[in-house]
Ligand binder design. Structure first.
Ligand SMILES: Cc1cc2nc3c(=O)[nH]c(=O)nc-3n(C[C@H](O)[C@H](O)[C@H](O)COP(=O)(O)OP(=O)(O)OC[C@H]3O[C@@H](n4cnc5c(N)ncnc54)[C@H](O)[C@@H]3O)c2cc1C
Length: 430
């Protein structure tokens, strides 16, 4: 059937969340938990994608503790990273040590993002106000009298029209929502891209997840049990030149950074086994319009540097739920409140992006333009090795971020009454 002839399905809700990544799923979960009717639209059929980050930071784990779901979460397959380091040529350096953080978990949990999102979806579905619609791709915003009043999405069988008091744009760094809303983007630039690939992991391999820097090459390897998820950092736009040199030369580059992988290079059979992920660092000048608020990468695309983008997206969602829940329950979200969310989250965003841009310029770009071995550790790394207490500073910045948020919304299941007018919002039509 032609899409134009698809039936239109109409749904009314308090909050429509466009995009089921970390920001959208946590926002949906917290709002539903507090009694707000929420519809989350996710364009993919599942959360199973390789290219998503794996890091769940101590501040996110602390949120799980506040929500009473930490123990259950930690029973899911994951690895605990009490320290973060890297290997520069043949020297292993420790950069951050989480053992002194004032949190219940003094480590980063490495968990494939699909595990994390499935877990949140499972918890959220315990609330009748939570409605997750997979395979629903937002294509348009619905605007009336200058206010965003919902979205249109396409599914495999229908056009879905969701009307809501508030729409959250959580559809990531290529956000359709922010583009359709005409929100102005400030591009901070990123000199790197990432090539993403899988290689088998042997039982005799080292088990640490590490960034490896060797003779102008950078390879980050995530331990996923029986395979390594590898991220090879390249100069922005550099893929074409790499392809021209050929697959054999590319395999040699990878094996040069991690020699124990040499025997497995045949697993990279052609360029289809290697995915390009373009890196962007940008942010919206204004994160909202009447009836609409962008959060996470949709409001501020993050570089993979420091692995903090997921955490920041989740913190945005918590702040938004804290500020907006009561108004959403009443059905009266005001522009000042949307501005309030931006004001609360803009400072940590700017500071984190400043740190990422600095790392691009002063760490990654110099390493990538280096043709030979790094002879001497850069000063910052030498200081961190000489004075281990200094490792607490990066640990705090990475582990907690610049403005950690705490859950302030209640759980409706422990309340006797539900707010009147917020029940039975779901309504379908032809
Ligand atoms: C190569 C690379 C590696 C990274 N590694 C890490 C890491 O290890 N740790 C870390 O913390 N951060 C990492 N980041 C950054 C991190 O991925 C993001 O900051 C984080 O995922 C942002 O979360 P989000 O929920 O805002 O957006 P996303 O995670 O991008 O989620 C957006 C969701 O919206 C859905 N969607 C998109 N368009 C639509 C639409 N039109 N309709 C409906 N649904 C839609 C998408 O399918 C997706 O599920 C990395 C980034 C890159 C580029």
């Amino acid at each position: 059937m032609e899409q134009a002839n698809f039936p239109v399905e109409k749904v009314n809700t308090r909050c429509c969340v466009a995009g089921g990544g970390p920001a959208g799923m946590i926002a949906g979960f917290l709002l539903a938990r507090a009694g707000v009717d929420v519809v989350v639209l996710e364009k993919h059929a599942d959360f199973l994608r390789d290219f998503r980050g794996d890091t769940i930071h101590p501040s996110t784990l602390e949120l799980m503790y506040e929500l009473g779901i930490l123990d259950e979460f930690l029973r899911r397959p994951h690895q605990q990273l009490p320290q973060v380091g890297g290997q520069i040529e043949d020297v292993t350096v420790i950069v951050a040590d989480f053992s002194h953080l004032p949190t219940h978990c003094k480590f980063i949990a490495l968990m494939p993002q699909w595990e994390f999102l499935n877990f949140i979806a499972e918890k959220a579905k315990a609330y009748s106000q939570f409605h997750l619609r997979m395979e629903s791709e937002v294509t348009e915003l619905i605007e009336e009298n200058g206010r965003i009043v919902g979205v249109r999405a396409k599914t495999s069988q229908s056009i879905l029209e969701v009307r809501a008091d508030l729409t959250l744009g959580t559809d990531g760094r290529h956000s359709v929502v922010r583009a359709k809303a005409g929100l102005e983007v400030v591009d901070l630039g990123a000199p790197i891209d990432v090539l993403w690939m899988r290689l088998t992991r042997e039982p005799s391999d080292p088990d640490q997840t590490l960034g490896r820097f060797r003779a102008g090459k950078i390879l980050v390897m995530l331990n996923r049990g029986d395979y390594w998820q590898c991220a090879y950092v390249i100069q922005k736009g550099g893929l074409e030149e790499i392809r021209q040199k050929g697959l054999v030369a590319f395999r040699e580059d990878i094996a040069g950074v991690a020699p124990f992988l040499r025997g497995r290079m045949g697993e990279l059979k052609d360029w289809n086994d290697i995915k390009l992920l373009t890196v962007a660092v940008d942010r919206l000048r204004q994160w909202w319009r009447s009836g609409l608020l962008c959060l996470g990468d949709s409001a501020h695309a993050m570089s993979p540097v420091g692995g903090v983008g997921i955490n920041l997206a989740i913190q945005d969602a918590v702040a938004a739920a804290n500020i907006l829940t009561e108004s959403l329950l009443r059905g009266t979200v005001r522009d000042e409140q949307l501005r309030g969310v931006q004001e609360r989250r803009e400072y940590p965003t700017r500071m984190t992006q400043r740190f990422q841009v600095f790392a691009h310029k002063h760490l990654l770009r110099p390493v990538l333009s280096q043709k030979s071995q790094i002879r001497r550790l850069p000063l910052g790394f030498r200081l961190l090795q000489l004075f281990p207490t200094l490792r607490r500073i990066p640990a705090r910045l990475l582990g907690l971020g610049f403005r950690p948020e705490h859950v302030r919304t209640g759980d409706t299941r422990s309340q006797i009454s539900t707010m009147k007018g917020n029940v039975g919002m779901q309504e379908r039509g032809g």
